[in-house]
Design a binder for this molecule. Structure first.
Ligand code: PEP
Ligand code: MG
Length: 875
C-alpha cells in the first residue's frame, strides 16, 4: 500500500522527491540529533493524488494524516483543542526545488475558543494567547478561505482608533479578545458559517490550501521561469509550533553559513527578540545582526554556530537556516542550500574545492549557468534602483540594464549617439533596417514580438539589453512619442530597461559596468572546459561580435547570418538593385557591387577567428525584408535608385507573401537565382584565399545552405557552390579545402537526413525554424497565444526558448542518427537560439552533437551547461 505521510523520524535527506526539500531536510536534521520541533510530512505524491482526485483528499490519506497527528500528540504530550496543554502546529509547503515565497504557510493552527484558554493558562500570558489566535484567524482566512488580509487590518485600525493607540503592541489582552470576536463576526458575515472550531477540520483545510497553492498564478510563473515541472507537486510539513514571541528570552531569525551576496565565509544573518518569523519578513522592526546574539545569548549563539558548521559540512554547501529560540532553547525550523548571487556562487564553489569539501566536478555543477549572465552585462546601481518606479513590463528578451534617452528610429539613434548621448530605441518592432540604430543603443524596447523576434535575437547577439513585446505601450511615430501607464514620453526623455526582468522605468536609473574577469570566474570556467565534451561556438555576423565571443571562450562560429551585414553602410543599395533587377544580367551587375563588401566582411571575420571553424550561412530571409512598405518611402527610394515609383511598387507587390516565413526564402532563393550563391561563394573563397596567403593561418571555409528540404535541392545548390569554388581555387594556385553542409531546419529535412547527408558534409540544426515549422506556428506571432497555453498547462514553457525535446527533439535525434549512418564522421551542431539554453544544451550533449552555437554573451553559459551535461551524463 502506498504511504503518503512520513514522520520526520521516518524520512531522510535523500527523499527529496517524495518529501520535498524542506521535509527531507527536517528529517535529516532530526536524524543528526539536532533540535527540530516534532512533526510529519504529507508527500508530494499525496499532492498529485489530490489533483488526480479532482482536488479532494482521499479518505485513506486523511486517515493516515490523523494517525500521524495522534503520534505527534503522544510525542509532544500536547493535544489538539486541549484546555490545559493544546497542540499548535505550523502547516508549510515544501516542493522538491525551493520556490521561496511562492506558496502558502499557516501558523498557530489548532487554536479555537477552548484551546486559546488552555494556551493562555499554559503560558500564563492571555495577551499572547489571544494575539496568536487572532493572527491564526487572519492567516487561515487569507490562505484557506481567500478573505483579504486588508479587511482584517482595517478592523485592527478601527480598534486602535477607538482605543486611541497607534501601535499593535499598545493593545492589551482584552483588546486582543475583542479582535478575536470581531474577526469571527467578520468571517461569519463573509462566509455564512462560523470560523471552524475543530482543529482537525482546520488541519485538513490547511493541507488542501497548501496543495492548492501549488497551482496559484505566482507559483506557475515561477515554475515556468525556473523550468520546474508542474507534475512534481508540493509536500506539506506539519510541525509542532515553537514560539519566538513568548517573551524576551525568545526570538527568531534567519542565517546563512556564508554571505549570500559576496560568498565570504562567515555566519551571516539577523534575528529579532520576542518575535515570530513573519515579523522578520514584514520588516516592521529592524532585526539585529546575528553577531549580536553572541552578546545577548552566548550559549544559544554557540550552539547555533556549531549546528551551522555541522550542517554545512553535512550538505557540503552554503546553508540558509531558520531558527527560533523559545524560552532560551534553540530550535531549527529549516535548512536548505542558500540562494546566492552569481559572484557568491562562484566564490563559494571555488572555496569549497580549496577547503577540500567538494571536487572540481561538483563545483562545476554548483553554479547555475543562467546566473553567469549577471556577470557579463551592466547592472543597475542598487541604491538607484531602490528609488526607481516600474512603469511597465515586457518580455525579458536580452539581459542587462540600460539607461538612455528615448529615440524612435535608427536615424535618431545614430544622431543622438553621435552627440555622445546614451539612447534607448523604442519601436513597434525592429527589422534588419534598424541594425545600425540598435548597435548604438544602450537598450531596445519593442511593443510587439516574442523571445525570438528580430529585436530579441539581434539584441542578444549584440549583448544589448532588450525588453520586447510590451503591449501596453502606444507608439505614435508621427508625434515622436509613446505613452505608457498614462504618461507620454517624447524623443529625448530618459527611460531605463531591465532586460533580465522585463521591467521598464520611466526615468534615468544609474548603471554599473560588468566585471566578469574575476579570478573565481576564470578558475571555475577552466574546470568547466576540462570536463565538457560539446564544443561551444557562437553566432556572430561581424568581426566585433566574433572578437567578443572569443573573449568569452567561443571555439568557432556556428552561424554567420550573411544578410545581417546587408544593411551596413552602402551595401543596402546593391542589395536593392539586385532585388529590382529585371534579368540575370542586371542581377549579376548588382551582385558584383556587393561582392567586395561581402568578401571584406568575411576576411575580417577570418582574421579574428584564425583557424577556428567558421560556418557561413547563405542568404536566407525573404527579399521583401530589404524593401520599404509605405508609399512615401517607396517613392523616396525609387527616386534614389533612378527608377519609377510604379516600377518599385510593382516589385514590392510581387514580393508580397501571405506567409513569408514559409515562402520565398532560404535555399529557394539560390535555386531561383543561382548567381546569388555564386557571388557568396566567390566572396567566401576569395576571403579565405586572401587570409591564407598572408601566411599566418590556413582557412578552411564551411559553407552552409539554409532551409534545405530535399537532397536534390541540396545537390543543385552544392553544384553551384562547388563549380564556383573549384574554379577560383584552381586559379589561385593554393590548395584550399572547404566543406558544404546544410541547416536542418525544415521537418522534411530531418525526416530525409540520411539522404541529404549523401551531399551535405555537415549539419547544423536551425531549431528556430525547426520549432516553428514543426509546431506550425510562427516564431514572431506565437507570443500572442502561448500565454493561454501556459495558463491551461498545455505547454509548460516557450518552445522557442527551451527546445521541445518531446517533439522537435525527436526530429533532431532522428536526423543525427540518419546523418551519421550515411556519413559517420560528419560534424553536427545546433545554431538555433536553443544553443545557449542550459536544458537544451544538455539535450544536445545527450544526442551526440559536436557543438552548440549561441550568441556571444551566452557562450560562458553554454560552456558551463555543457560541462554539467557531461558530468551528469557521461558519453
Ligand atoms: C534557425 O532557424 O534556427 C536559425 C538559426 O536560422 P534563423 O534564425 O536565421 O532563421
Ligand atoms: Mg532558420
Amino acid at each position: 500500500m502506498a504511504k503518503f505521510v512520513y514522520d520526520f523520524s521516518e524520512g531522510n535527506g535523500s527523499m527529496r522527491e517524495l518529501l520535498g526539500g524542506k521535509g527531507a531536510n527536517l528529517a535529516e536534521m532530526s536524524n543528526l540529533g539536532m533540535p527540530v520541533p516534532q512533526g510529519f510530512t504529507v508527500t508530494t505524491e499525496a499532492c498529485t493524488q489530490y489533483y488526480n482526485d479532482g482536488r479532494t483528499i482521499a479518505p485513506e490519506i486523511e486517515a493516515e494524516i490523523m494517525e500521524h497527528l495522534a503520534k505527534l500528540e503522544e510525542k509532544t504530550g500536547k493535544q489538539f483543542g486541549s484546555t490545559t496543554n493544546p497542540l499548535l502546529v505550523s502547516v508549510r509547503s515544501g516542493a522538491r526545488a525551493s520556490m521561496p515565497g511562492m506558496m502558502d504557510t499557516i501558523l498557530n493552527l489548532g487554536l479555537n475558543d477552548v484551546a486559546v484558554e488552555g494556551f493562555a493558562a499554559k503560558t500564563g500570558n492571555p495577551r499572547f494567547a489571544y494575539d496568536s489566535y487572532r493572527r491564526f484567524i487572519q492567516m487561515f482566512s487569507d490562505v484557506v478561505m481567500e478573505l483579504s488580509k486588508k479587511r482584517f487590518e482595517e478592523i485592527i485600525d478601527d480598534l486602535k482608533d477607538k482605543k486611541g493607540v497607534k501601535q499593535d503592541v499598545e493593545l492589551a489582552a482584552d483588546d486582543m479578545k475583542e479582535l478575536v470576536v470581531r474577526f469571527k463576526e467578520f468571517y461569519k458575515n463573509e462566509k455564512g458559517e462560523d470560523f471552524p472550531q475543530d482543529p482537525k477540520v482546520q488541519l485538513m483545510e490547511a493541507v488542501k490550501a497548501v496543495f492548492r497553492s501549488w497551482d496559484n498564478p505566482r507559483a506557475n510563473v515561477y515554475r515556468r521561469m525556473n523550468e520546474i515541472p508542474y507534475d512534481w507537486g508540493t509536500a506539506v510539513n506539519v510541525q509542532s509550533m515553537v514560539f519566538g514571541n513568548s517573551g524576551n528570552n525568545s526570538g527568531t531569525g534567519v542565517a546563512f553559513t556564508r554571505n549570500p551576496a559576496t560568498g565570504e565565509k562567515a555566519l551571516f544573518g539577523e534575528y529579532l527578540i520576542n518575535a515570530q518569523g513573519e515579523d522578520v519578513v514584514a520588516g516592521v522592526r529592524t532585526p539585529s545582526p546575528i553577531s549580536k546574539l553572541q552578546e545577548e545569548m552566548p550559549g544559544v549563539y554557540d550552539q547555533f554556530a556549531d549546528i551551522a558548521t555541522r550542517l554545512e559540512q553535512h550538505y557540503k554547501d552554503m546553508q540558509d537556516m531558520e531558527f527560533t529560540i523559545e524560552d532560551g532553547k534553540l530550535y531549527m525550523l529549516q535548512t536548505r542550500n542558500g540562494k546566492r548571487t552569481a559572484a557568491a556562487a562562484l566564490k563559494v564553489a571555488v572555496d569549497l574545492v580549496d577547503e577540500g569539501m567538494i571536487d572540481e566536478k561538483e563545483a562545476v555543477c554548483r553554479v547555475e549557468p543562467k546566473q553567469l549572465d549577471a556577470l557579463l552585462h551592466p547592472t543597475f546601481d542598487a541604491e538607484a534602483l531602490k528609488k526607481a518606479a516600474v512603469v511597465g513590463k515586457g518580455l525579458a528578451a536580452s539581459p542587462g540594464a540600460a539607461c538612455g534617452r528615448v529615440v524612435f528610429t535608427a536615424e535618431e539613434a545614430k544622431e543622438w549617439a553621435a552627440r555622445g548621448e546614451k539612447v534607448v530605441l523604442v519601436r513597434l518592432e525592429t527589422s534588419p533596417e534598424d541594425i545600425e540604430g540598435m548597435q548604438v543603443s544602450q537598450g531596445i524596447l519593442t511593443v510587439r514580438g516574442g523571445m525570438t523576434s528580430h529585436a530579441a535575437v539581434v539584441a542578444r547577439g549584440m549583448g544589448t539589453c532588450c525588453v520586447s513585446g510590451c503591449g501596453d505601450i502606444v507608439v505614435d511615430y508621427a508625434a515622436k512619442q509613446f505613452t505608457l501607464a498614462g504618461k507620454a514620453y517624447k524623443e529625448g526623455d530618459w527611460i531605463s530597461l531591465d532586460g533580465s526582468t522585463g521591467n521598464i522605468y520611466g526615468e534615468a536609473v544609474a548603471t554599473v559596468p560588468a566585471d566578469p574577469g574575476s579570478g573565481y570566474f576564470g578558475r571555475l570556467m577552466g574546470w568547466a572546459d576540462k570536463y565538457r565534451q560539446l564544443g561551444v561556438y557562437t553566432n556572430a555576423d561581424t568581426p566585433r561580435d566574433a572578437k567578443q565571443a572569443v573573449a568569452f571562450g567561443a571555439q568557432g562560429i556556428g552561424l554567420v547570418r550573411t544578410e545581417h551585414m546587408f544593411f551596413e553602410g552602402d551595401r543596402i543599395k546593391a542589395v536593392r538593385e539586385m532585388i529590382v533587377a529585371e534579368n540575370t544580367e542586371e542581377r549579376k551587375k548588382a551582385l558584383a557591387k556587393l561582392l567586395p563588401y561581402q568578401q571584406g566582411d568575411f576576411e575580417g571575420i577570418y582574421e579574428v577567428m584564425g583557424e577556428r571553424p567558421v560556418v557561413i550561412r547563405y542568404l536566407d530571409p525573404p527579399l521583401h525584408e530589404f524593401l520599404p512598405t509605405k508609399a512615401e518611402d517607396i517613392a523616396e527610394l525609387a527616386a534614389d535608385m533612378g527608377i519609377t515609383a510604379e516600377r518599385l511598387t510593382e516589385v514590392v507587390a510581387s514580393l508580397h507573401e501571405v506567409n513569408p516565413m514559409m515562402g520565398f526564402r532560404g535555399c529557394r532563393l539560390a535555386v531561383a537565382y543561382p548567381e546569388i550563391a555564386e557571388m557568396q561563394t566567390t566572396a567566401v573563397i576569395n576571403a579565405a584565399i586572401n587570409v591564407t596567403k598572408k601566411g599566418q593561418y590556413t582557412i578552411k571555409p564551411e559553407i552552409m545552405i539554409p532551409l534545405t528540404t530535399d537532397v536534390k535541392e541540396m545537390k543543385y545548390v552544392k553544384e553551384v557552390v562547388v563549380s564556383t569554388a573549384d574554379r577560383i581555387i584552381a586559379e589561385s594556385g593554393i590548395d584550399l579545402k572547404y566543406e558544404v553542409g546544410t541547416m536542418i531546419e525544415d521537418p522534411r529535412a530531418a525526416l530525409l537526413a540520411g539522404e541529404i547527408a549523401t551531399e551535405a558534409e555537415f549539419f547544423s540544426f536551425g531549431t528556430n525554424d525547426l520549432t516553428q515549422l514543426t509546431f506550425g506556428f510562427s516564431r514572431d506571432d506565437a507570443g500572442k497565444f502561448l500565454g493561454y497555453y501556459y495558463d491551461k498547462k498545455i505547454y509548460e514553457s516557450d518552445p522557442f526558448a527551451h527546445l521541445d525535446q518531446n517533439g522537435v527533439g525527436k526530429l533532431v535525434e532522428m536526423a543525427v542518427k540518419a546523418g551519421k549512418a550515411t556519413r559517420p564522421e560528419m560534424h553536427m551542431g545546433i545554431c538555433g537560439e536553443h544553443g545557449g539554453d542550459p536544458t537544451s544544451v544538455e539535450f544536445c550533449h545527450k544526442v551526440g552533437l559536436t557543438y552548440v552555437s549561441c550568441s556571444p554573451f551566452r557562450v560562458p553559459i553554454a560552456r558551463l551547461a555543457a560541462a554539467q551535461a557531461a558530468i551528469k551524463n557521461p558519453r
